[in-house]
Design a protein around this ligand. Structure first.
Ligand SMILES: Cc1ncc(COP(=O)(O)O)c(C=O)c1O
Length: 387
């Protein structure tokens, strides 16, 4: 079915009385001036395609960041050193650290790579959860460090007891993705402290907080709270998620001066462009936009989980802008069938082969997703088991 046929009326028919479930999310999105979906461009896909595959912000950047980026055209002939310093200082102030404890990256992906390059080498190992965001292990292959994968617990959370036990004197890095991609589950603050105490002091504890801004669970806290007490902490954040700047590329890491100095030689000079640096300053200042985006995407996630519950598809409670849905069979053909309907969802995670990772789009996009999913995977009969 072409997206043009996936009209609102079509969804109203398909979803019957269920449209109400999206009302809250829809209202939340109307609250800001930014209720226009981000532009959709992808090879071989029509303009109306639904892209809920990469955990982005469907509303795009803050209007103030957009304005700042157009202003940056005036300085585009100059290297952005001064702006880099300004953004670094702003981030240091935000996190109560010194500017030389902060490093910028071309996306947080580059920061993860710098950490691998600085702290891993042949004979060392890197401890990660399975499944988690793959970048740390992917980059670690170059360093020829040994990967140690620790399966998630039965409730899809980091198994911190086993992860701590897996660390030894050869562990260069242990990676906590909090909230975890792809499950959206969190490491709670009480668990985190016990973990910090158990990990050898020489091991770098890399906490990836790409989805920090979406978390509502009060048992969660940023690892920044413990940075002074545990100097082996390195925290990584990105402007790609809540700030809606995935296409512009900016992320950062913060840790001890020693860690940041060890990473710096692996950084490309001027790895952040003038436009994204201007956008970052405007985005950090626009806290109202962050709150609106969080509200909207979290409301959408709740509405989606409610829809999935009606179809008796289990979901993993998520604190991020995506959710895992158990479709009960291999997700690969399902991902392909959804793509044929111009709905792009997340890739398959081999250790969770029946779970589909779905990012939050606008409520309208999620209605298109639900309708397409119901064509591809009929709702389960009432007595089917959830898991
Ligand atoms: C947990 C996590 N960390 C880091 C990244 C990398 O993001 P970026 O390089 O755009 O900052 C992603 C991207 O999806 C992610 O999910």
């Amino acid at each position: 079915m072409s997206p043009s046929r996936l009209s609102r009326r079509h969804f109203a028919q398909v979803l019957g009385g269920t449209l109400g479930a999206w009302a809250l999310a829809s209202r939340a999105t109307q609250a800001g001036a930014w209720a226009v979906p981000a532009a959709q461009r992808h090879a071989n896909l029509p303009a109306g395609a639904v892209r809920i595959d990469s955990n982005e912000n469907p509303y795009g950047p803050s209007p103030k960041a957009l304005e700042a980026m157009s202003r940056s055209q005036r300085i585009s002939a100059r290297y952005p050193d001064a702006l880099e310093d300004e953004v670094t200082a702003a981030l240091a102030a935000l996190h109560h650290v010194d500017p030389d404890q902060v490093i910028l990256g071309c996306g947080s992906g580059e920061v993860l790579r710098m950490a691998d390059m600085a702290f891993l080498s042949p004979g060392k190992n890197v401890v990660v959860a399975e499944p988690t965001f793959e970048a740390v292990l992917a980059f670690a292959r170059v360093t020829r460090a040994d990967p140690i994968k620790v399966p998630l617990t039965s409730d899809y959370r980091h198994d911190l007891v086993r992860m701590a036990a897996a660390c030894n004197s050869a562990t260069g890095l242990v990676y906590l993705c909090n909230p975890n991609n792809p499950t959206g589950t969190i490491v709670r603050k009480d668990e985190m402290v016990t973990f910090f105490q158990r990990v050898p002091k020489e091991t770098v504890i890399l906490v990836d907080e790409a989805y920090f801004h979406f978390v509502e669970d009060e048992r969660y806290a940023s690892a920044f709270e413990w940075m002074e007490k545990y100097p082996n902490l390195l925290v990584v954040r990105t402007f790609s998620k809540i700030y809606g700047l995935a296409g512009m590329r900016l992320g950062y890491g913060a840790g001890s001066k020693e860690f940041i100095s060890a990473m710096r030689p692996h950084r490309i000079w001027s790895n952040a462009n003038a436009a994204v640096l201007e956008a970052a300053l405007a985005s950090l200042a626009d806290t109202g936009n962050v709150a609106r985006c969080r509200r909207a995407m979290n409301a959408t996630r709740r509405a989606l989980r409610a829809e999935m519950e009606k179809d008796r598809h289990a979901t993993i409670p998520s604190e991020a802008n995506f959710v895992m849905i158990n479709v009960g069979s291999d997700v690969e053909p399902i991902i392909a069938a959804l793509r044929e309907r111009y709905v792009l969802v997340g890739r398959k995670f081999p250790s969770l082969p029946t779970w589909l990772r779905v990012s939050m789009g606008t409520p309208e996009e999620m209605q298109q997703f639900v309708a397409a999913l119901r064509e591809v995977v009929p709702p389960r009969p009432v007595r089917a088991r959830l898991l």
